[in-house]
Design a protein around this ligand. Structure first.
Ligand code: AMP
Ligand code: ZN
Length: 148
């Protein structure tokens, strides 16, 4: 039987079944350049597994470890590729402000280019909008200590 083609563009990228070059891949996450960059460097880190949005993450070890790993990969890539940039930002759009329903961490080496694009990545307080990665980590941090 023919294999079903995933309708999710980021699943296709995670499986290397399209031509997007990967900056990093392991069994949990892949990284690639945003097709429409908003900053000097703008990378996306996604889980290999299809997790739709931040609303699907829970306060549990598995999700906390995954998001921590996504941030670590993003930091490592930006430090390597934009060592001269003295400001990095990491975060997620919360629904309905996301445009792709496969979890993705935005990783920026600033400045935003053009400057107005920073408006796309602002917290909208109680309305949601963009959430900084560290703030999301706090929200999903397990209440019991993570085993070593
Ligand atoms: P968001 O609006 O937070 O859901 O971000 C989705 C991001 O994915 C946008 O910054 C898009 O430019 C980016 N994007 C969409 N399709 C692709 C693709 N095929 N390859 C790389 N980046 C993409
Ligand atoms: Zn997907």
């Amino acid at each position: 039987m023919a294999k079903a083609i995933s309708p999710c563009i980021f699943c296709q990228i995670a499986r290397s079944s399209n031509s997007t070059p990967l900056l990093h891949s392991d069994d949990k996450v892949v990284a690639f350049k945003d097709i429409n960059p908003s900053a000097f460097r703008h990378y996306l880190i996604i889980p290999v597994e299809h997790i739709p949005t931040v609303n699907d993450l829970q306060r549990r070890n598995e999700d906390y470890t995954l998001v921590s790993h996504m941030i670590n990969v993003g930091e490592t890539l930006l430090r390597r590729d934009a060592p001269q940039s003295n400001q990095y930002r990491f975060g997620f759009h919360q629904p309905p402000f996301n445009s792709v329903d496969h979890l993705h961490l935005h990783c920026f080496a600033l400045p935003f280019i053009p400057r107005w694009k920073q408006l796309k990545y602002m917290s909208l307080g109680p309305l949601g909008g963009f959430i900084e990665a560290e703030k999301l980590l706090e929200k999903i941090k397990p209440l019991s200590p993570i085993p070593p």
